[in-house]
Design a binder for this molecule. Structure first.
Ligand code: IMP
Length: 426
């Protein structure tokens, strides 16, 4: 058995899509296990750029089984559009299976996401407004409707009627238009026509694949600092991207998980609101934003920029068991005179090496940095660790030392080819 979980170790957008696509070339099965179309996974190969939001990144490699697992929340309209978009670009015949237990994102979830954000004013989360939070709320409130429910139109109608009877009251209270049962029912029966044959018990498929010694890649979305349990709560998403969530969100035994690859940007970014200790906004941040194209894949918002924070990385290691690191966008730092790495925080005069649970406390910590000289060379054509300038090598070695995790991959550009694997992963 050979498998790996790809986990974002920061606030998302670390480059998980690129690494999943790269590793997918070796894998037999690629599984997206949480989140929905709040995610944006960018993949570049053969001079073509793809942005996937819902589909597992394995869809861009031939002959893979791609699974959208039960931990996801799925907007069927967005999924069909994504599949069509790939088809128009010549990517056809994707082997895709959708969990019958994955929850559906309905239009009312999106409307409510926007309305709740608006009414929160300065306390807004800065969500992607894709309805993710309201859909997971319904899942745990037990009023959610699942992909498998679409296959039984009578049951689906009952669930939708019950949900709408509550949702329309809430929409009315917020001064918003109510939604019509018949229209929604017909719209979703249309989605069933397209997606119905892909909906199945993916836990059974996945267990069969693992028992048959297939190579399985689990693709997380967002990052550990956006985890509902271990992230910078309440400025988080509504699911857990950690490796601990994989068994629950896919229906496999925890003992099956072997490797966890932590995807880490060579610096830090975040979109949306919330504490961000190493954030800075000056000429250097501006350069990083432009060189790294740090604008949201899903929302196009400019990302906030910060130095690499190893308190965050050690937190990710603790709560998600990271066994190797993949350092992304190293090339973006070329040309910077001095690089800073946060080693720990000072809180109330004390040195701390953990993430405070209260967001205001995290907001007020003082990050302590070690400084390292940068490098001027263009490293986008580097194909081996030995070819890196000495200061870039030192930077990677320092990350390894401060986190106690081996760097297994580093990336020097967006293309599949610009990925240097130091240790075999799958
Ligand atoms: P939601 O997931 O849309 O509810 O948004 C909650 C928080 O997670 C917001 O700060 C979003 O910006 C952030 N977020 C959600 N998905 C991603 C992602 O894929 N990358 C980075 N941030 C994300």
């Amino acid at each position: 058995m050979s498998n790996v979980v790809v986990v974002g170790t920061q606030w998302g957008d670390e480059g998980k899509g690129k690494i999943t696509d790269y590793l997918a070339q070796e894998a037999d099965v690629v599984v997206r296990y949480q989140g929905g179309n709040n995610a944006g996974h960018t993949i570049v190969f053969d001079n073509q750029k793809f942005a996937l939001h819902l589909l597992p990144s394995g869809c861009l490699s031939k002959n893979k089984l791609n699974i959208m697992a039960n931990g996801m929340v799925i907007n069927p309209k967005a999924l069909i559009e994504e599949l069509k978009g790939l088809e128009e670009r010549g990517i056809k015949g994707i082997n895709l299976k959708i969990s019958n237990r994955a929850h559906i994102v309905f239009p009312y979830h999106m409307t409510l996401d926007g309305a709740f954000e608006q009414s929160a004013g300065s306390k807004k989360i800065g969500t992607t407004k894709k309805g993710i939070g309201p859909a997971y709320t319904d899942k745990y409130f037990r009023s959610g409707i699942r992909m498998g429910d679409l296959l039984d139109s009578k049951y689906f109608a009952e669930r939708l009627k019950a949900a709408l009877s509550i949702k329309n009251n809430v929409l009315k209270m917020l001064g918003l238009d109510s939604m019509d049962f018949k229209e929604l029912f017909e719209e979703f029966m249309g989605y069933k026509e397209v997606l119905g044959h892909m909906i199945t018990d993916t836990s059974v498929l996945l267990n069969e694949a693992l028992e048959a010694d297939k190579k399985v890649l689990f693709e997380g979305a967002q990052g550990v600092m956006l985890c509902t349990d271990h992230g910078s709560y309440p400025y988080v998403t509504s699911s857990s991207p950690t490796a601990a969530a994989v068994p629950l969100y896919t229906g496999i035994a925890p003992s099956y998980i072997q490797n966890v690859l932590g995807i880490t940007k060579a610096y830090t970014t975040r979109v949306g609101e919330g504490a961000f200790p190493t954030e800075f906004e000056d000429e250097i941040a501006h350069t990083i934003r432009e060189v790294g194209n740090e604008y949201g894949t899903t929302t196009k918002r400019p990302r906030r920029i910060g130095w690499l924070d190893t308190v965050v990385l050690r937190h990710a290691k603790r709560v998600s068991g990271i066994s190797g690191l993949s350092i992304m966008l190293l090339d973006v730092l070329s040309g910077l005179k001095t690089l800073k790495i946060c080693t720990h925080y000072i809180m109330d005069g004390n040195k701390i090496d953990y993430i405070p649970s209260i967001i205001d406390h995290l907001d007020n910590v003082e990050p302590i940095y070690t400084e390292m000289p940068g490098w001027d060379e263009d490293i986008t054509g580097v194909v081996a660790f030995e070819e890196l300038p000495q200061n870039a090598k030192n930077y990677l070695l320092e990350i390894q030392k401060l986190t106690g995790i081996n760097v297994k991959i580093f990336s020097v550009g967006p293309d599949r080819q610009q990925t240097i694997e130091l240790e075999s992963i799958l």
